[in-house]
Design a protein around this ligand. Sequence first.
Ligand SMILES: C[S@@+](CC[C@H](N)C(=O)[O-])C[C@H]1O[C@@H](n2cnc3c(N)ncnc32)[C@H](O)[C@@H]1O
Length: 478
Amino acid sequence: MEPNLPETLLAQFSDYLAARVGLHFPRDRWADLTRGIALAATDLGFPDTATCVRHLLSSGLTQSQIEVLASHLTIGETYFFREPRSFEALAQQVLPDLIWSRRADSRSLRIWSAACCTGEEAYSIAILLDQLIPDIADWNITILATDINPRFLRRAAEGFYTEWSFRGVGADIKDRYFTREPGGFRIIPRIKALVTLAYHNLVEDRFPSLDSNTNAMDIVLCRNVLMYFSPERARVVVAHLHRALREGGWLIPSAVDGAPPLFAPLVLADIEGASLYRKRAAAFPTPPPPPAMPIIPQPAPASPVEPIQSAGGYQAASALHDKGRYGEASEKLLGHLSAEPGDVPAMLLLARTYANQGRLADALQWCTKLVAADRLSAGHHYLLAMIQQEMGALSDAATSLHRALFLDPQFVLAHFASANLARIEGKRPEARKHYRNALQLLEGRAPGDVLPESEGLTVERLTQIARHAAEMIDGGRV
Ligand SMILES: C[S@@+](CC[C@H](N)C(=O)[O-])C[C@H]1O[C@@H](n2cnc3c(N)ncnc32)[C@H](O)[C@@H]1O
């Protein structure tokens, strides 16, 4: 395929990519851009690159075209324990401190490898945790690994790697955590089971959200991807990653992703020669709210039916929640609920704000009250299930989802969550059935509709996410 493109077309296309996809290609990176377009054009079925670019410029990008482009315009290259200083900082300080503080109470940890590529980063974390926590089987560990490229996710789900992925590690890791097979090494099931793979686009998907399990993280690794975004887009993504962290949580970018100002209001810490960023605790001044995700349509604001005399309390709390100021929101809601103990929308929001802070015991308590106040709301049982799942109470979560579906068999998100839960538990036929149900229910609906009980998830987006998740099962690799 002819890789040369007229400069005017390249300039136009790089502006267009920055606006639509957030990927940033200044003139000195046009050679990379041209190479990436050539590969994408082949994947998208165009006879040559110029036809591909002209078509995309004139007809607009579909979601799947965006994803094909993103996967070719960012390098899908990674390996185990890449950038060893970050892993040293995690092994020597960040994780031991976290493990020590959690050992006394919840015995839970939540870590997200955002833009995980083929999974090496997430499995490295799982290996590290296995080494640091002797009684790991008694812990509730979440390692969420997400990427925009379904092909990479499928490879991560296979967990099979060639020698090249091990260039950063010694033979002991390979011997202990992999089994040798012809042509490479396969991750052992115990470590694989610690990682949950999911499709997620950092630019387009709304987060943090309980629906995608992207809330209340202790650590987010987002390495070697922000550097591809335009500065404005990178700032928006960082602002949302900031919200996805618990207070005191850590964001770990790579050294090339950006300078410290990009990560404000997170606080820079130099540990073992690595630059890590930490979310301030409530005692520090409150950071400014993150800018809104520009592409996703904002859901209509909730219009709770509430007593007029306390409207200010609820509304102020809701505004704080929307800005990611969860601690302040929950304080306000507690005040409001002491005056209006039966206010269902306030209880619902309080359970969510606690869940977003990682205060799961409080979230559970308020969600249980919420369910007791209105047993017939499928949405309440669904929220309860999301909290129970986060707490590692999987069979309770399954029961709550069952109740939600009994009350509302058309509840798409509850089918999707049931599928995810079954997938985590290795129950493939059940997972398949629920993904199928969710996809069938989504079929007849307008793509742009925001799903009820979701935090802004559209029909189109959930359809894509559920399809990718179902494919991972149907490939028989989960
Ligand atoms: C170089 S790899 C980084 C892998 C790993 N984090 C590391 O540092 O070794 C970049 C990854 O970013 C993913 N990516 C690109 N744009 C993305 C987006 N908008 N949302 C999520 N992932 C994205 C690509 O598919 C690719 O897997």
